[in-house]
Ligand binder design. Structure first.
Ligand code: BMA
Length: 330
């Protein structure tokens, strides 16, 4: 066997964790506590799913997709001692923005949160003149959020920042799309000197295997490892009964992340449990965040189930990377 792979990053000793159940043959296993956040966790919500959590002051904070009872898509801040039991604000995030044209709220969904240098950045799918694009904001405390320029023109979704500059530039993955349920979609890479102006766009990857044949999109913030950037991404199959959302993983080159080194031929997790198969949109697992503990290689993945609830799954970096390499389609 080769050298074991490790995460490049800090320690998170209080990461949510459950050991792999005896007899489990999968490289990723679900929490016994799933779903960890129910659809009605706050009084105003129809559903809470596809959300992002990060370590914050020795505890956890997050930005949650809470569709309200008029089915408006909104994002809310939340806090947790342990990453499992959450207190989510009942009011949506009210962004501070000095440009009324950018700050005009229409809808917001599928947030990601990324610590870069000295603050947390939030990216999300942001309604701009009725069309989806990548909204951006930063916060220091999850109380005040300062809205920045939209990163791209419509139509775009699944904007995911890298946690550090790459060759002196900030970097983001995104998925150009359309105004509907988008029956296509590749992942692209863009860079920026200032997190405002984005360019030097590069193609990263297209759908390949049957489970992801319709479209793919980046999930959690990529995790830096000794083997490259570890990216979890969702892939969509169009069945005779509609879309099926699963997720897999890829390893991207550290300095030129548009170069895919390996990616999983089989999915890592597909909708199979009741809370993934039954809900407002059946048959969806949609990861938006992953916590990691470098010294032990433990990874906790947060994903939405059936566009209704939030779930947790676990893996270990060395086992996962060995699996990706041994089961790669590139
Ligand atoms: C996508 C996004 C996701 C959602 C998925 C399945 O287009 O809207 O938020 O989980 O569809 O409905």
């Amino acid at each position: 066997m080769g050298k074991s792979s490790t995460i490049i990053g800090g320690a998170l000793p209080n990461i949510p964790w459950e050991d792999k159940p005896a007899g489990c043959r999968e490289v990723i296993w679900r929490s016994e506590k799933n779903p960890i956040i129910l659809r009605d966790a706050i009084p105003s919500s129809n559903s809470i799913f596809n959300s992002a959590v990060v370590p914050y002051k020795g505890k956890y904070a997050g930005v949650f997709r809470c569709d309200n009872k008029s089915r408006l898509q909104q994002i809310h801040a939340g806090f947790s001692e342990d990453g499992i039991t959450w207190k989510i604000n009942d009011e949506r995030i009210s962004f501070i923005c000095d440009d009324a044209e950018v700050g005009r709220f229409e809808y917001a969904y599928d947030p990601r949160v990324c610590w870069i240098e000295d603050r947390y950045y939030v990216t999300w799918c942001n309604g701009y003149h009725s069309y989806p694009t990548i909204g951006m904001a930063y916060t220091y405390d999850f109380e005040k959020f300062y809205q920045m320029e939209n990163a791209f023109l419509p139509f775009n979704r699944n904007g995911v920042l890298f946690p550090r500059k790459i060759k002196g530039k900030y970097a983001m993955l995104s998925r150009p799309s359309d105004n509907g349920h988008t029956p296509f979609g590749d992942i692209y890479y863009s860079e920026s000197p200032d997190l405002i102006h984005w360019g030097r766009h590069r193609h990263v990857m297209s759908p390949l295997e049957p489970w992801e044949r319709t479209k793919i999109g980046a999930g959690p913030i990529p995790i830096e490892t000794t083997e490259g950037w570890l990216l979890f991404y969702h892939g969509v199959l169009t069945s005779c009964n509609g879309f099926v959302y699963s997720f897999g993983a890829a390893l991207l080159d550290i300095d030129e992340p548009w170069k895919v080194l390996y990616r999983t031929r089989p999915y890592l997790l597909s909708p199979q449990k009741l809370y993934e198969c039954v809900g407002d949109v059946p048959n969806v697992v949609f990861p938006c965040a992953a916590l990691h503990d470098a010294p032990t290689g433990r990874i906790a993945i947060y994903y939405g189930g059936a566009d209704t609830v939030i779930c947790l799954a676990y893996t270990r970096v060395d086992e996962l990377i060995e699996f990706i390499k041994a089961n790669s389609s590139v």
